[in-house]
Write a protein that binds this ligand. Structure first.
Ligand code: HEM
Length: 382
């Protein structure tokens, strides 16, 4: 790039990948001063991988976002992280997730039946957005009857995470917390067959969680699983329809669905990058990062590193095995990955069967904040 790299510039905002070559080739340890607090970015696959595995140097104690925030729930280091993750994992096993397949299929069919128009419709609003929100609401056991309210709360939470000053969002985030806390208390009094009821009684080494501690975990599951999965479905369909030969190949051969999902996670990861905080000064080939600095792990740039991926800027259905960083790596590897993959698989399969002639009517618009990547609208027909 001509004037260095600015993650907030208009051109990078519209298409983040145009900045990756500069990061990878010119500034593998990039310092961005214009944000408060200023932060570093690591982009080479080998650097991001090494940093994610070195949890003593790159700590999660000060939040996943660009601002410093206190540790809480799984947003922490071991041993606290191990304790919380162990508790949630008990209720979130791959087998428990797989049992949701039938329900997700039925929901995908229903959403396509209810499309607002038979001609033009919105792949985001009518399909990719409601599907994960309804699924996680039903899983947790929070009433899923007010989708727009949930969407708003989800949006506010991620916007607050990316803002230099989160105070304008505090009141609405308080509303979400009150809503979830209320559900947690109800389930403690009267357990049901849902994830919150399972978490209320879950114990690790004879120790369980108090309601306020559970709130952080439930909040992370609720928010972490919504917009990201919506973006995976939307980004994937967007790219497949941009190059129609890809879409047609999948219509002919749905056996390629899992490759399409992994390629989308590599090419357009819904989380472009998350943050760590250094616990000591780190000297690297491309520069020195001081102690107590925020560092963005740029999964998306690492996923386009030519040292790791052949023809990294091609979206290809011929990549057999892709070790992308779309779900992170190491102890914080995405807990919801099996659910996200299952939802994306069913969503794409159902669309290919029901709408083989689907076409884009535009590119919609991107979501905020700068470290997330998805479309908030995607007009289609067919
Ligand atoms: C395509 C969809 C998704 C993407 C791209 C995604 C991405 C990620 C990434 C990159 C991390 C690593 C965070 C870090 O290293 O600090 C993560 C962690 C996490 N994700 Fe996901 N996620 C997705 C779906 C979900 C779903 C569906 C859920 C749950 C319902 C979920 C729950 C979590 C949780 C609880 C963690 C924290 C794990 C830990 O710190 O040990 N995610 N996710």
């Amino acid at each position: 790039m001509k004037n260095g790299y600015n993650p907030l510039s208009e051109e990078v905002w519209a298409e983040p990948s145009i900045g990756y070559r500069h990061l990878l080739e010119e500034e593998p340890v990039h310092f961005f001063e214009a944000f408060d607090p200023p932060f570093y970015t690591l982009s080479r696959f080998a650097d991001v991988q090494a940093a994610l595995l070195d949890i003593e140097t790159y700590s999660s104690e000060w939040g996943q976002g660009p601002r410093f925030s206190p540790p809480g729930g799984m947003l922490s280091n071991p041993p606290q992280h191990t304790f919380y993750r162990g508790l949630v994992q008990q209720a979130f096993t791959p087998r428990a997730i797989a049992e949701w397949g039938e329900r997700i299929t039925a929901l995908s069919e229903e959403l396509l039946d209810q499309r607002t128009g038979t001609q033009a419709w919105d792949l985001h609003d009518d399909y990719a957005f409601p599907l994960p929100v309804i699924v996680i609401s039903e899983m947790l056991g929070v009433p899923g009857d007010d989708l727009q309210k949930f969407k708003h709360w989800s949006d506010i939470t991620v916007e607050a995470m990316g803002a230099e000053d989160p105070t304008p969002f505090a009141a609405e985030m308080g509303e979400l917390a009150a809503y979830l806390l209320n559900t947690i208390r109800q389930r403690r009094a009267e357990p049901q067959e849902d994830l919150i009821s399972a978490l209320v009684v879950a114990e690790q080494d004879g120790k369980g969680l108090a309601d306020e501690e559970l709130l952080g975990v439930v909040n992370q599951l609720f928010v972490g699983g919504n917009e990201t999965t919506t973006s995976l479905i939307t980004n994937m369909i967007w790219r497949l329809l941009q190059d129609r030969s890809l879409w047609e190949r999948l219509v002919q051969d749905p056996g390629l669905i899992d490759i399409a999902i992994e390629e989308s996670l590599r090419f357009d990861p819904p989380v472009l990058g998350l943050y760590r905080t250094t616990t000591r000064e780190v000297e690297m080939e491309g520069g020195t990062i001081p102690k107590d600095a925020k560092v963005m792990m740029h999964y998306a740039a690492a996923n386009r590193d030519p040292a790791t991926f052949e023809s990294p800027n091609d979206f290809s259905l011929d990549r057999e095995r892709s070790r992308h960083l779309g779900f992170g790596l190491g102890v914080h590897f995405c807990l919801g990955a099996p659910l996200a993959r299952l939802e994306a698989r069913i969503a794409l399969r159902t669309l290919l069967q029901r709408c083989p002639d689907l076409q884009l009517l535009g590119d919609g618009e991107r979501i905020a904040p700068f470290f997330l990547w998805g479309r908030r609208r995607l007009p289609v027909t067919g």
